[in-house]
Design a protein around this ligand. Structure first.
Ligand SMILES: Cc1cc2nc3c(=O)[nH]c(=O)nc-3n(C[C@H](O)[C@H](O)[C@H](O)COP(=O)(O)OP(=O)(O)OC[C@H]3O[C@@H](n4cnc5c(N)ncnc54)[C@H](O)[C@@H]3O)c2cc1C
Ligand code: FES
Length: 275
């Protein structure tokens, strides 16, 4: 559903119901849109802060929920700083949903391996809600998630719930552990050494900071994943979100319209994919 039937640039209103501190740099906002809002997992929205501007975010909540929407935001600059200062009861704008999300139907019958880092857990959480709702359709789901330190690990209650779901395996690592941490230490790709997966019947999904996307993809290729079975959620600077302004161009693609989800095969020849 588009944000407005008459004007695609006009946001709908959404009130902030709750603000959740996920880590020192990351907050989630629970938003209540003025009317039902639908999206597919992996699609993105433009979130407007009145008088300051807008920025793209991938909803982190379940695509099955229409009455509330969650976004998880890392403080990066001007707009995200304003978002971090929002309080319950304040009103923001939402445009979208935009782009091409995860082709979940293509994952049916397969082992789904998800590699996530930092705030890249946001679209992945939405995807995981989707996979949980249809869990009998996948052979298994393996989440490998990495963050810098234990306190940077987001969605702790969600991860605890996920560990209880049959057919789901959860592995986490931190770059630098402390005495509170009893999981893996090292960059997130070390987790791929720990998993058992039938690559010939598997797809891999990668979402995180550019350097993690690059080395995650290289590791998956080394493991034997075909380029067509590696799905990447790309982030580029965006403005219109509609394939009009050209801000998000990556070679021949508009990331806002043709992506943000691409297979590695689709984008491997395009310039600057890891920037
Ligand atoms: C499709 C899509 C989905 C996204 N989903 C999320 C999400 O779920 N959660 C989240 O925290 N962030 C997400 N982002 C990134 C988020 O949009 C940017 O962090 C935000 O636009 C920064 O706005 P700002 O005004 O705070 O920063 P600015 O003041 O504009 O910039 C601060 C710094 O961040 C850089 N920057 C700005 N936008 C981006 C970008 N898109 N990618 C890389 N660097 C950027 C700038 O070049 C600058 O160096 C997503 C981006 C895209 C394109
Ligand atoms: S953001 Fe304007 S063309 Fe993609």
């Amino acid at each position: 559903m588009m944000a407005s039937d008459s004007n695609i640039y006009k946001p709908i209103k959404a009130s902030v119901e709750r603000v959740i501190d996920e880590s020192p740099m990351i907050k989630s906002l629970v938003l209540i849109p003025e009317h039902d809002f639908s999206f597919k997992t992996g699609e993105f929205i433009e979130l407007t802060i009145n008088g300051f501007g807008e920025a793209p975010f991938t909803p982190s909540s379940s695509p099955l929920e229409k009455k509330r929407l969650e976004v998880t935001v890392m403080k990066a600059g001007y707009v995200t700083e304003k978002i971090h200062a929002l309080m319950p009861g304040e009103v923001v704008g939402i445009r979208g949903p935009f782009g091409r999300g995860y082709p979940v139907e293509k994952f049916y019958g397969k082992e789904v391996v998800i590699l996530g880092g930092g705030c890249g857990f946001a679209p992945i959480r939405s995807l995981l809600y989707n996979l949980m709702a249809e869990k009998e359709k996948f052979r298994k789901v393996i989440l490998c998630y990495g963050s810098k330190t234990p306190e940077d690990c987001i969605y702790k209650p969600f991860v605890n719930e996920l560990r209880k779901v049959e057919g789901f395996e959860i592995y986490r690592s931190v770059d630098k552990a402390d005495e509170s941490w009893d999981e893996r230490e090292g960059v997130v790709t070390v987790l791929l050494d720990d998993i058992r997966v039938n690559i010939s019947n598997s797809v891999a999904i990668v979402c995180g900071p550019p350097v993690m996307m690059k080395f995650g993809t290289l590791k998956l290729l080394e493991m034997g994943y075909p380029e067509t079975d590696i799905y990447l959620s790309m982030e580029k600077n965006m403005s219109c979100g509609l394939g009009k302004c050209g801000h998000c161009m990556m070679g021949k693609y508009y990331v806002c319209k043709d992506g943000p989800v691409f297979t590695y095969d689709e984008i491997k020849e395009q310039p600057g994919i890891w920037l």
